[in-house]
Ligand binder design. Structure first.
Ligand code: PHE
Length: 510
């Protein structure tokens, strides 16, 4: 049975939705954290190489797959390689589901910080978290750790889930309506923050630092690994998000043109976000810590708190910006899962699938928000939820994403006929792709991804032990192993089960 498939009302609606997915927390805070960690100006060269060698080709591939199969990832890969392809597709979707869960938890915390902005967050007298000595933590840090160790934070997470459900409820129609307001507004808010940042005394120095190339670090493979992972995450690649969104496009859409617009919008936003954050931090001589969440919840807020005036206003602006950008990304994750389930079980009906996805997803998000304090000294993550989040993020971000990207390239480049895919894409694209694209998909991208996976395996798991085993977990030393097994069980076991389930849509998939 084929069900009526949603379609975007306009090309603009699609571009806004796809760039809304791409522009998220990754652009506003994770990019700056990575850029700082990997030598600021030095990061741009690997970053642009990653954009053209990995980002753009995979974006074109994912858009092409969705557009001409008109299916989400598992079904579209099934058309290419039968059940093996479908399995790979579900593996991607289930990894994306884990990201959805913790991404929404992070957004819930951002809502908590926004609420705090109206009360005590920006006042200097916050009580130090966990009973640590005053002076160990700055104000936003104390506020953050106190907040995430309270049970009522779970309500914020539930609220963000409710918002996501409303936005995906009517599919493309409601998503399009929201992104048309949020995406332009995000640019406006970002520009206000940049203007504030660069006009601060000393702000321009941060900008210079961001653009002063430091070629010496470029021989470090870790910088390259960082740039490639950042590119996957920031462009929402690897999970079939873009495949799902493109499956709602008319058959004659221009993949190369669309991919270029999305990449351009995303990377320029990231670029200007870097200007805002670096200028703000350097104006106040704050050394940005490389951890991405600390950048979001206390490094940038510390900079804002030092503004000469309108601290509260800019603080609110910053958290509203994060929430808007995060929401247009999280709905794409939620929609990819809903579409995949609906493609496989068209009889289930959208409403029921939305409810099921929300129930499962919210359970996961609540686990990641679990406020139980397991590390009072804050030597690692503090709460159980944050530790779980940190460990799952490691597996999904460092490995899941990469493996999915690799599988897509291998399936299209080696198992299926890459010339056919190329012909499909060229048929409707304004810029025609040639042999270089084939070489990228068949050799270069897989080689890079294998390098990144191998690098992570060797430098973390082999040299330092399974991720998380060095954390302070007050007696729960088995937790990292449980998380590792949980990730494998959920993503691999789940993909196996879902592929095995009766395919109720077989004739509709032709
Ligand atoms: N691209 C989003 C960001 O930059 C995150 C994301 C990753 C969204 C993967 C969907 C899929 O924040």
């Amino acid at each position: 049975m084929t069900v009526e498939r949603g379609t975007w009302r306009s090309k603009l609606g699609f571009i806004l939705a796809a760039s809304g997915s791409a522009i998220g927390l990754g652009n506003i805070v994770f990019f700056s954290a990575n850029a700082y960690k990997f030598g600021a100006g030095a990061f741009y060269v690997p970053y642009f190489v990653a954009l053209f060698v990995i980002g753009l080709p995979i974006m074109i591939l994912e858009l092409g797959l969705g557009r001409f199969t008109r299916r989400s990832l598992p079904e579209s890969l099934r058309m290419i390689d039968g059940p093996r392809g479908e399995f790979a597709g579900w593996f991607g979707i289930l990894n994306a589901t884990i990201i959805t869960m913790y991404y929404i938890t992070i957004l819930g915390w951002a809502v908590g910080m926004l609420v705090g902005s109206f009360s005590s967050l920006w006042q200097p007298s916050a009580v130090p978290a966990f009973g640590l000595d005053a002076g160990v933590l700055n104000n936003s840090m104390s506020y953050f750790f106190n907040m995430i160790s309270e049970y009522n934070t779970i309500a914020f997470v539930a609220l963000v889930w409710a918002l996501n459900m409303v936005v995906v409820f009517w599919g493309t129609r409601s998503i399009e309506a929201v992104v048309k307001i949020f995406v332009p507004l995000m640019w406006v808010f970002m520009i206000v923050l940049i203007l504030r940042g660069v006009t601060l005394p000393g702000g321009m120095q941060g900008v210079f630092l961001l653009f002063t190339p430091n070629f010496s670090v470029m021989s470090d493979p870790e910088v390259w690994q960082g740039a490639f992972s950042q590119m996957f995450f920031t462009l929402s690649l690897g999970f079939g998000i873009m495949t799902t969104y493109a499956s709602y496009l008319p058959k004659d859409s221009d993949d190369v043109g669309n991919a270029s617009s999305i990449c351009f919008m995303n990377c320029s936003f990231e670029f200007i976000a870097g200007l805002a954050i670096f200028s703000l931090l350097f104006a106040f001589a704050i050394a940005p810590k490389a951890s991405t969440l600390s950048m979001m919840f206390f490094v940038v807020p510390e900079g804002i708190a030092a503004f000469p005036f309108a601290v509260k206003l800019f603080g609110i602006l910053f958290f509203v910006l994060l929430i808007m950008a995060g929401l247009t990304s999280s709905v794409s994750l939620v929609e990819a899962l809903i579409a995949a389930v609906l493609d496989k079980f068209p009889h289930a009906g959208r409403k029921r699938v939305v409810a099921l996805v929300a129930a499962i997803g919210m359970t996961g998000s609540i686990a990641f928000a679990w406020p139980m304090v397991i590390d009072k000294g804050l030597a690692s993550d503090g709460t159980l939820g944050l530790s779980l989040l940190d460990m799952f993020d490691h597996w999904v971000f460092q490995y899941g994403l990469m493996i999915c990207g690799l599988l897509e390239c291998v399936l299209v480049g080696w198992v299926y006929d890459v010339d056919k895919v190329l012909a499909h894409i060229n048929e409707t694209s304004s810029i025609k792709l040639g042999g270089k694209f084939k070489v990228l998909i068949r050799y270069i991208v897989p080689a890079i991804i294998i390098f990144v996976i191998g690098w992570n395996l060797i430098t973390q798991e082999l040299m330092q032990g399974l991720y998380g085993t060095s954390f302070e977990l007050s007696g729960a030393n088995w937790l990292p192993w449980l998380v590792f097994a949980g990730w494998l069980g959920f993503a691999l076991g789940g993909a196996f089960l879902l592929t095995r389930l009766t395919d109720t849509n077989s004739e509709g998939a032709a």
